[in-house]
Design a protein around this ligand. Structure first.
Ligand code: BGC
Length: 286
């Protein structure tokens, strides 16, 4: 039997990548939940695309400051700002501080999110409220402040042909039901309609709102799903492309949506999931 011609890349996420192009120069970007995981990679990616960065975090400032240092090594400016995205006055204070620091914002990535998993009948109201508060209300509050700033400033074609860009971090679970995670799946389904409805409303002001829906990405949130060989194998049954996603896979999608290259892209969700949303069980069944 001949060797598998995909062997060198199968299960391998450590593959060479092209350098980022400087599509976001002069466009300060704020990323919520940027001290770890997808948020951190997105902050680093947007910085490599030339943006100065607001690194939002909650709790221990050390990881966020570390991200800020890495950003400075790419030649961009960075400031770490603490805010609980589920709290209105903290989000407003963060935007005021960010705009005061960088003059304005052109890109806002509402990324902060968490899971509080439980079998449905045992799920507490606190678990429900925590997830909806951060994942959904947090995106509402973040996007609202972004729209206010983008409308205030308007378009400066020397910088970008849009007045501003919002990228909402969704999930394949805006579409794929997820037993044991109903609070999380409900929050992501909500993000989809939040994103589309805002997009429809603010497009006439040349504000572009879109979402990225990651599949299984190698971050702390789902460590149990990839950190042992058995778990990784089980996960690959759900991923036609046969590798886990890396945070940088998501960062590159965000960079594109935020850039003028995507100027006619409005209210869309870009799935970055290795095919997870293609009902992989049907490849051999049905
Ligand atoms: C969740 C991860 C999960 C992935 C695929 C993400 O939105 O946060 O825990 O591995 O979806 O199921």
């Amino acid at each position: 039997m001949s060797a598998d011609p995909t062997a060198s890349v199968r299960y391998n996420s450590d593959l060479p990548r092209a350098a980022y192009t400087k599509t976001l120069q002069g466009q300060p970007a704020l990323i919520t939940g940027a001290s770890s995981g997808i948020g951190k990679a997105t902050a680093l990616g947007l910085a490599q695309a030339g943006a100065d960065i607001v690194v939002n975090y909650i709790g221990d400032p050390t990881p966020a400051e570390e991200v800020a240092h890495q950003i400075e090594k790419f030649g961009s400016k960075a400031i770490a700002i603490e805010a609980d995205v589920s709290t209105e006055d903290q989000v407003q204070a963060m935007f005021a501080k960010a705009i005061n620091h960088f003059g304005t914002l052109h890109v806002v990535v509402s990324n902060a999110g968490l899971q509080r998993d439980s079998p449905f009948e045992a799920m507490t109201l606190e678990q429900w409220n925590t997830v909806i508060g951060v994942n959904l209300t947090g995106q509402f509050l973040t996007a609202r402040e972004a729209v206010r700033e983008f409308k205030r400033r308007g378009v400066d074609t020397n910088i970008s042909v849009a007045a501003g860009k919002i990228v909402c971090m969704s999930s394949v679970h805006q579409e794929i039901p997820w037993a044991g995670h109903v609070n999380y799946a409900a929050s992501k389904g909500g993000i989809m309609m939040l994103m589309k409805s805002i997009a429809q409303e603010v497009a006439p002001q040349r504000i572009r709102v879109n979402a990225v829906a990651p599949g299984a990405i190698r971050t702390p949130i789902n460590k149990a799903a990839w950190s042992t060989p058995e778990a990784y194998d089980a996960l690959m049954a759900l991923v036609p492309y046969k590798r886990i996603g890396e945070p940088d896979d998501i960062a590159r999608a965000v960079c594109w949506l935020a850039s003028d290259a995507a100027d006619y892209v409005i209210g869309t969700t870009l799935f970055v999931d290795g095919g997870m949303s293609l009902y992989p069980g049907f490849a051999t069944g049905g």
